[in-house]
Design a binder for this molecule. Structure first.
Ligand code: HEM
Length: 464
């Protein structure tokens, strides 16, 4: 009886304490003019609910508070914006003080000259340098031949094997980018570079706990090793005076850039190039393989497109710009995969000063989560939204609609869109014209917070 009473009293006090803590946290952030919403627990906020329930947490909050609400997630007071019009406004107005809001821990690993860490005039010239490297003309003349050569050899000898397509597409995204960056040296440095790069990526996605043995601490060591590799490349090239027709060569040629880039800026731009396309290109490729497997009609249509291209060429002829431009259905498959799987849930911004948005007052330093996921499943924009239907993208105007934010928008819109699509298209070209495949089964795809197969995604491959 005494024990029961004691537990009852304890329970009562725990409930009281929790209520008081939640209330105190609400009051702390209860500034006049803020949007509605809940702030959860002190320090942790609503991070656990957000990570555990993912999209349903967001939908639940939307039904309570509307499309613009406050929360406290991932260590920061945050405004979540799910309104397509407002999302566009936020993305278009970096100059009014809405700068990228990625965690400092991530920026520290990627470097202080990384594109997400710079704004204003520095962002302008760094982005300009990047755009000149990956313009349609550069893709046509210099990059596509490298992508073709790489994919052709990467996708060799897969027949009669069990392949972890997640692992292979990660290798593919990294190695293909490395070949574009440093054409001649890529094969000699790739085996030391790749594990360091994978470690760096892991660190940017981990909790920022700087203790021996953590992924975060290891990522700093990986960054140091990567910087050493790139610096050596730059020094060797400077000493040899040879001309290199690749991305590093372009970044190093002063006459190519309006603003002469320092070695430090070049190194962080190389890391930017590797990092920005890596996760998006590899994940979209893996999920496309999954969706194609599950939708034989789509696979047939896609294969038809690629066999027609092969029929006009000799076996050893590479994919050229005209071939790439004719891959209309492939492009549709890539967009539909990005939409249905929501490879990118949204992007982060933060306020550099107190500002008014949508009639609310957002304090300085708050994060804004431009959450674009729900737009992907809007039945008015995409009828029958949960069906994998690439044909909907054959109407090209869908790609240029205002609400199409798969590649973000405004001043930070992905400059690698065309390059990413060209890489995935070339990958699919060799994959579907060379192979058939079936899933081994049992491998799980997780959709939130990132699309991934925690234990790999294995397929049994045979010749086509
Ligand atoms: C299917 C593939 C891709 C998708 C879905 C994708 C998506 C995105 C998104 C959503 C952003 C906006 C981030 C923000 O607003 O904060 C972005 C930015 C960026 N992407 Fe991509 N991307 C892809 C491929 C690539 C590739 C291959 C490259 C390689 C060059 C690349 C380079 C970049 C860079 C440098 C930025 C930052 C731009 C800036 O801050 O000015 N992306 N990407």
């Amino acid at each position: 009886m005494a024990l029961f009473l004691l537990s009852y009293i304890l329970f009562f006090w725990v409930c009281l304490l929790c209520t008081a803590l939640l209330r105190w946290n609400e009051l702390r952030f209860n500034k006049k003019g803020l949007p509605p919403g809940t702030m959860g627990w002190p320090i942790f906020g609503e991070t656990t609910e957000f990570l555990k329930q993912g999209p349903s947490f967001m939908k639940n909050q939307r039904s309570r508070f509307g499309t613009f609400f406050k929360s406290h997630i991932l260590g920061c007071p945050t405004i979540v914006s799910m309104d397509p019009e407002l999302n566009r406004y936020i993305l278009m107005n970096e100059s009014k003080g809405l700068i990228p809001g990625y965690p400092q821990s991530m920026l520290d690993i990627l470097g202080k000259c990384n594109i997400a860490a710079v704004h204003g005039s520095t962002h302008k010239y760094m982005r300009g340098a990047l755009l000149s490297l990956i313009s349609p003309t550069m893709i046509r003349d210099q990059i596509l031949p490298k992508i073709d050569e790489f994919m052709r050899s990467h996708l060799t000898n897969w027949a009669d094997q069990v392949i972890d397509i997640q692992h292979k597409s990660k290798e593919m995204a990294f190695l293909s980018a490395l070949k574009q960056i440093s054409g001649t040296e890529s094969s000699s440095i790739s085996q030391t570079f790749m594990p360091e790069f994978f470690q760096l990526v892991l660190g940017t996605l981990s909790l920022p706990i700087d203790l021996p043995g953590t992924n975060y601490r290891r990522a700093f060591q990986a960054r140091k090793n990567i910087v050493d590799i790139i610096r050596k490349l730059i020094e060797t090239r400077k000493a040899s005076k040879e001309t290199h027709l690749d991305m590093l060569g372009c970044l190093m040629r002063e006459e190519n850039n309006k603003h002469t880039l320092s070695d430090e800026e070049i190194i962080d731009l190389v890391i930017t190039l590797l990092y920005s396309g890596y996760e998006t290109v590899s994940t979209t490729s893996m999920v496309a393989v999954k969706y194609l497997h599950d939708h034989p009609l789509v696979l047939n249509e896609l294969r038809k497109e690629h066999l027609e291209i092969r029929a006009r060429k000799n076996a050893e002829d590479p994919i050229n710009w005209e071939d790439y431009k004719s891959m209309k259905f492939t492009r549709a498959v890539i967009f539909e995969t990005s939409r249905l799987a929501t490879i990118v849930n949204g992007v982060l911004r933060k306020t550099t000063k107190e500002m008014e948005i949508n009639g609310f007052v957002i304090p300085k330093g708050w994060r804004i989560y431009v959450y674009t996921r729900e737009v992907n499943y809007d039945p008015y924009l995409y009828p029958d939204p949960y069906t994998f239907n690439p044909w909907r993208w054959m109407d090209k105007s869908l790609e240029s609609q205002n609400y199409f934010l798969i590649f973000s928008g405004g001043t930070r819109q992905c400059p690698g869109k065309e390059l990413g699509v060209a890489e995935i298209s070339t990958f699919l070209h060799y994959f579907v014209t060379r192979y058939r495949w079936e899933e081994i089964g049992g491998d799980k795809l997780v959709k939130f917070p990132r699309v991934e197969a925690p234990n790999g995604f294995r397929i049994r491959v045979s010749s086509y």
